[in-house]
Write a protein that binds this ligand. Sequence first.
Ligand code: DGT
Ligand code: CA
Ligand code: CA
Length: 548
Amino acid sequence: MVTNAEIAKMLSQTADLLEIKGENPFKVRAYRNAARLVENSSKDFNKLVKEGFDLTKLPGIGNDLSTYIKEIVTTGKFSKLEELKKEVPQGLVDMLAIEGLGPKRIKQIYDAFHITSLDELKKYAENGELDKLPGFGPTLIQKILKGVKQLKKAGIRFLWADVENVAEDLREYLLKFPGVEIVEIAGSYRRRKETVGDLDILVVAEDYPKVSEYFIKYHRVKEVHSAGLTRSTVFLDNDLQIDLRAVSKESYGAALHYFTGSKAHNIEIRKIAIEKGMKVNEYGVYKDNKRIAGESEEEVYKAVGLCYIEPELRENRGEIEACIKGALPKLVKLEDIKGDFNINIDINHAVNFAIEKKYKYIAVNIKSQSDIEMIDELNEKYKRKLKIFKAFKTKILKDGSIEESELMNKADLIIGEITDNLDLDFQEQTKRILKAFEKINILAHPTCRIIQKRSEIRADFEKIFATAAEKNIALEINANPKRLDLPDPLIKEAISKNVKLIINSDAQNEKEMDFIKYGINQARRGWAEGKDIINSWNLREVKKFFQI
Ligand code: DGT
Ligand code: CA
Ligand code: CA
C-alpha cells in the first residue's frame, strides 16, 4: 500500500529531475502542484483509485497525471521516475539535499562544468570555479561546502547486522562504568530496521559527565564531535555516529519511547495525547502541567490510553489503530523457530547445527545422488529427533519454466529462485513468477533486492500473493542481512493476504545458519505471528502444508 506522502514524494522527485534536465517549466509545475494536492489531501488516494474515482475531477489533475497516480498506487512504482533516475546522474539528485541548491542551480552547475558527483562539486567550490557562475556568492559557496560534508556523513547507512557487534560491545563497555545503572540502545537499532543511520544510546547514571569522558575513550572512537553535559556525539573508526544521552531514572521510559521513534510513530502518539488534553515529550506525560507518567514505556502508553507496542511495529503503519482495536499481532520469536529450509552447506554440518539448536526439521539442498543417500541414512539415524527434507533448488528461467533435473523427482521440495533477467517489465516478470508457481513449493528471495545495492524487481506482488495463498506456495523471508527479502512492508501485505512465509538462512557456511535471527527481526517488522511462519510450526503441520 502506498501512502499519500509516498505518492507526493515520487511526483515531486519527478518534478525535480525534470527541472534539472531543463524540461518545460509548465510541466514541472504541474507535477509539483499534483504532489502538493496529494500530500495535503484528507482523502486516501490509495482508496480513491481502488474505488475507481475519476481523478481528473481534482484541480490540476489531467489525464496524464491521473494515469501516473494510478500506476503508482497499483504498482508502488513510477516508471517515468525510474527512467528519469537512469538519465539523471545520482550525484545531481544528491545535490538537491544541499541547502541553497535547487534544481535550477544544479542545472546551472551541470551545464557549466558537467560535474555529476559531490566530490567534484566540492572541488569546484574549493578551487573558485563555482564563484564564476552568476548568483554564486561566498555565502552560497560556504553553504554548499557545509552541505557536501553533512551529506557525505548522513548518506552512510549501515546494515543492522554490521553494527550489532559494536552496539552490544558498547553496551557492555558502558555498563562496566561505576554508577551506570541502565544502558539502552534506542532509535532504528531498537526497532530492528534493516539499516541504521546512527546509534542512539541512552544512559541512566549517577555522574553523566564522568560517563561521557569514559565513553569518548572507547577504543573505536575516531572523532569526538561534541561532549556536553547531557549529550555526547562521536564517530567510530568505521564512520558510524554514536549519540549518547543522559536520562534521569524517572523519565527513562519517556526518553526511551521518544528516542526509539520512529518519528512518525511519536507524532501520532503526541496527537492522541493532545486530543486527551495531555502532553508527551522525552521527559514524561503531562496533564494540567502535572507529570502523570514517564518511568517506563508501558506507563507512557497506558497514560495516553494505549497498550504497549513493540519497537519493531513503531513505524506508523497502523499499529496505533490495531492497538486501539485490540488487534496487535503476537509477534513471532526466535525461540519459535523449529527449522530452516534453505541450506547450502555440508549436510553433516547442517545436521549438527540443527540438533544443537533443537530444530525439529531442516531441508538441505541436494546436488547429487549421494546427497540423497546420505540424507536417507541420516533420517534413519535421527528418527524422531530431526527430519531432514530434500530440497531441490532451481533457477526460474525467463519464461517461467524451471531448470529441471533428474534429482527433482527425488526431492521433497522444489525451491525456485530468480537470478537473471531482473529487469523484465512488470507484466512479464509477474507472468514469469506465476508460471513458476506451477512447479515450485518455495519462492526464494522473492524481490531479488540487495539492500542499498540492487532494487526490487518490478512485479505485481498483489497478484503473486493471492496466487501463493491459493496454491500453498511458501514465500521466503531470506534472512541474509544483505537481502532481508521479502522487505517488511511486503511481509505485512503478504500476511494480510493469508500468504504463508518461511524464514530461511540461505547459509553458505555453518556460521550463516545463525542468520535466522535477522530474518526474525524482519518478520516482526512485517507483523508476522507464528501462524504466518511455516518454520515455527510443528512437523505434522509443515508436512501437511507442502503435502509431503
Ligand atoms: P536512523 O538513525 O536514521 O536509522 O533512524 P532513527 O529512527 O534512529 O532516527 P534518529 O537517530 O534521527 O533519531 C532517533 C529517534 O529520536 C527517532 O526515531 C525519533 C526521535 N526523534 C528524533 N528527531 C525527532 C523529531 O524531530 N521529532 C520527534 N517526534 N522525534 C524525533
Ligand atoms: Ca538513529
Ligand atoms: Ca541519532
